[in-house]
Structures are given as structure tokens and as C-alpha cells.
Design a protein around this ligand. Structure first.
Ligand code: ZN
Length: 205
């Protein structure tokens, strides 16, 4: 899928994140506006990361794009990005939870539900370590970057070339074979926008 489509999905994801942030005084009390902006930058960087991490360049002799790491292999390893985002999210919620409760900030029911959901992830208690509040910003960046990359992998999964889900090199790339060409990409982005808009609407209700 082309760079423009990935950046558009990153922009949709960023707008949705800001929409959810704007709906929640509790989140605004815990995370500053500046860091919400940094989160957006991390999402945008992450949404194209699986491609630029391959270190691509144009080979004049071959007359095509070549890359240091072969295309759609290790940098598109979907499971790895999912695990990284879950890991960072667990840490983020661990840090946010006492801040939200300690400051007696009114936590919206949906946010409480989301925190409970993250806490229900197996091994939550074993991963929970003495995460300092100062680490919060680092985890914000990792969460933003990795969910951007997960979105990238999901988009590439729609195309015939697919992505490695469980392990690159060991298994064939997995493809849903749903999107081919420009119209397919546009339809996918419209559907993604609708899904994100529904999510944001839920946070405002
Ligand atoms: Zn890609």
C-alpha cells in the first residue's frame, strides 16, 4: 500500500486519539496538551515505520526500489508490533491508574472500562513493575508508535502481498486479498474512518 494511504490512516488514528482525549477531562488532567501532541507525532511516525525501517532506496541500475531489509519481512512482523503495543499499554495504564484515582479526577465510565480491559490482559500483575510516573511519557511514545505500526500492518494485510503475522521467513505472508489498487485503498480508508468516528462518538456519549 502506498505511503499516502498509510499517512492518511495515521492522520485518522491521530484525529481519533485527540477526539478521545478531548472527551476526557480525566485524561487531560493526567497527560498535558504538549504530550498529546507528541503522541500524535509518534502515531504518524509509526504509521509509516514498517516501510522506512526497511531503509529503502532507489536503485538506478535496477530501476526500482530496493531496501536493506527485504520488503514486508521483519519490519512488518504484526505479532511483534501487537505485543509491543500491549506491553506499553499495560505500563501506561499502570502509571495512569493511581494518577487518575490519586488526584480524585472523575474518571469517565468508558475510560474506567478501558482500564479494566487492559488490566484483564493475562499476566497484567506480573508485568506490573515499579513504573515511575516519569516513565509515562516514554510509554506514551511507544504506544503511539506501535499502534501506528499495527495499523500499517493491518492495511498491508489487505493487499495480495500480505504481511508476516506469526513469524517472518518461517511462514508465508498472510493476506486477506481485499484491496487492490487505488479504489480498494480509498474504500479501506473510508471504512477505517467510519470505525474510528464510531469509537470517538462512544467516548463523547
Ligand atoms: Zn508496508
Amino acid at each position: 500500500m502506498n505511503r499516502g494511504s498509510h499517512l492518511t490512516s495515521g492522520a485518522i488514528l491521530s484525529a481519533a486519539s485527540l477526539g478521545i482525549y478531548a472527551a476526557s477531562p480525566a485524561l487531560q488532567g493526567a497527560i498535558s496538551y504538549e504530550w498529546a501532541g507528541v503522541f500524535v507525532l509518534a502515531v504518524m511516525a509509526g504509521s509509516t515505520a514498517p516501510d522506512w525501517l526497511e531503509i529503502p532506496h532507489y536503485n538506478k541500475q535496477a530501476g526500482k526500489r530496493v531496501s536493506l531489509i527485504s520488503h514486508r519481512t521483519i519490519t512488518h512482523w504484526t505479532l511483534l508490533w501487537v505485543l509491543l503495543s500491549v506491553y506499553a499499554l499495560i505500563h501506561l495504564v499502570t502509571i495512569l491508574n493511581p494518577i487518575l484515582i490519586g488526584n480524585a479526577i472523575m474518571v469517565e465510565p468508558w475510560l474506567k472500562g478501558f482500564i479494566l480491559l487492559v488490566k484483564s490482559i493475562p499476566f497484567y500483575n506480573t508485568v506490573t513493575l515499579n513504573s515511575a510516573q516519569s516513565d509515562m511519557n516514554a510509554y506514551l511514545i511507544i504506544v503511539g508508535f506501535s499502534i501506528g505500526a499495527v495499523t500499517h500492518c493491518l492495511m498491508d494485510m489487505m493487499t495480495p502481498k500480505g504481511v508476516p503475522v506469526l513469524a517472518p521467513y518461517l511462514f508465508r505472508n498472510f493476506s486477506l486479498r481485499l484491496v487492490r489498487g487505488f479504489t480498494g485503498e480509498m474504500l479501506f480508508l473510508v471504512a477505517f474512518f467510519a470505525a474510528m468516528a464510531t469509537l470517538v462518538r462512544g467516548a463523547w456519549l
